[in-house]
Design a protein around this ligand. Structure first.
Ligand SMILES: Cc1cc2nc3c(=O)[nH]c(=O)nc-3n(C[C@H](O)[C@H](O)[C@H](O)COP(=O)(O)OP(=O)(O)OC[C@H]3O[C@@H](n4cnc5c(N)ncnc54)[C@H](O)[C@@H]3O)c2cc1C
Length: 334
């Protein structure tokens, strides 16, 4: 038995974990009608207990993470157990990006289908459902279904939290990109009205707001709005010179992808998030967000898919001081 939890670590439960299994073995397992049911688990990134089946069977991963890119057709067919990081590593070098990038690249395609995940472009591009050509589902009776968007079962499965069966694979349409960078603009908004007005006025493909929930009075709902668009220009190889000597394995020099290593927060014997520390952190976060003009960001490299250049001391910050010919500078002066 294995102790499983979710990203929020709020509930934990013991379950028998199996996998990866091939289709025949999955069918045989389903035929045994496990008494406490059978649940597919992706990367366990869901916040609560969605990926737990206490006292029962959990498939983690359900299958091998096979990935096939159709570069000509601009699609990828990947197993439900393939992570976004694994998929991006195959598509980005071909100038193709997943159309929906949630706040972590560790999640799996199966988990993404089950939760119909959104990215920071939901306003403009919709959630994952809008980009799925098909979903291959193994139902509780071991029957395989090829679900297309016109079918009711598709709508029950995408966003259905795994309750209609196992997502064995899905085919996703991809976005063509010429480089890995975004032009990012950050704006501070002094209160909730200003923040909502910024979002209403946003014309960028990507838009996300962070709200300081500890602010009160006239500052109630203040926050920071980030707007982003893909740069049309290809990444320039000379950016690699800027990174000489730095321990950086990212893809600033071209269409490369190397995900940041996920770090797990340590378990502390106390909760560091109490009102005074939350207020101090939020105030710092709000004030450090410069009301700046456009700058560049290396989009798919970060675990959030949204790293800003020029706001730190690491390689990203270094990259912000791009050479005169770089797309970053071009964008900033446009
Ligand atoms: C740091 C962080 C940032 C996030 N940011 C976003 C965001 O920006 N946008 C957003 O929409 N979500 C976001 N999420 C939530 C996350 O995308 C969803 O919870 C997603 O479902 C997690 O996928 P997973 O592979 O970890 O699935 P799990 O958490 O393991 O499982 C989630 C659900 O999917 C089902 N499932 C998993 N695999 C399969 C399969 N093969 N077949 C059938 N069912 C399956 C499980 O049974 C369960 O019900 C974020 C999560 C984290 C931790």
């Amino acid at each position: 038995m294995t102790l499983l939890d979710g990203w929020g670590r709020c509930t934990r439960g013991w379950a028998e974990v199996r996998g990866p299994l091939d289709r025949q073995a999955l069918r045989a397992l389903l035929a045994t009608r496990p008494p406490h049911g059978l649940l597919a688990r992706g990367a366990g990134c869901s916040y609560g207990d969605a990926a737990q089946n206490t006292g029962g069977l959990v498939l983690a991963p359900a299958t091998e993470p096979a990935i096939t890119v159709d570069a000509g057709g601009g699609t990828v067919r990947a197993a439900g157990s393939a992570t976004f990081a694994q998929i991006l590593a195959r598509t980005v070098p071909r100038g193709l990006l997943l159309p929906v990038l949630p706040g972590t690249a560790r999640l799996t395609l199966g988990g993404a289908v089950a939760a119909d995940v959104h990215g920071k472009n939901q306003r403009t591009d919709g959630s994952l459902a809008a980009w799925l050509d098909s979903v291959e589902l193994l139902d509780g009776n071991g029957r395989l279904h090829l679900l297309t968007p016109d079918r009711e079962e598709f709508r029950a499965t995408v966003g259905g939290m795994g309750l209609t069966g196992l997502v064995l694979a899905a085919t996703v349409r991809l976005i063509p990109i010429t480089g890995t960078r975004l032009r990012v603009t950050t704006r501070r908004a002094a209160d909730l009205d200003a923040l909502l007005a910024e979002l209403d006025a946003a014309r960028s493909r990507y838009a996300v707001a962070w709200i300081d929930t500890t602010a009160t009075g006239a500052a109630l709902g203040r926050g920071v709005v980030d707007l982003g668009d893909h740069l049309d220009e290809p990444d320039e190889a000379d950016d690699l010179d800027d990174l000489a000597g730095l321990d950086y394995r990212g893809g600033l020099g071209g269409l490369e992808y190397a995900p940041a290593r996920a770090r797990r927060a340590p378990r502390l014997p106390f909760c560091p998030f109490i009102p005074p520390t939350a207020r101090a952190f939020n105030s710092l976060w709000y004030h450090r967000a410069r009301a700046s003009g456009p700058r560049c960001s290396n989009c798919p490299r970060s675990s959030t898919g949204w790293t800003r250049c020029g706001t730190g001391t690491g390689p990203s910050a270094r990259a912000a001081s791009c050479s005169t010919s770089s797309p970053c500078r071009t964008a900033a002066t446009a």
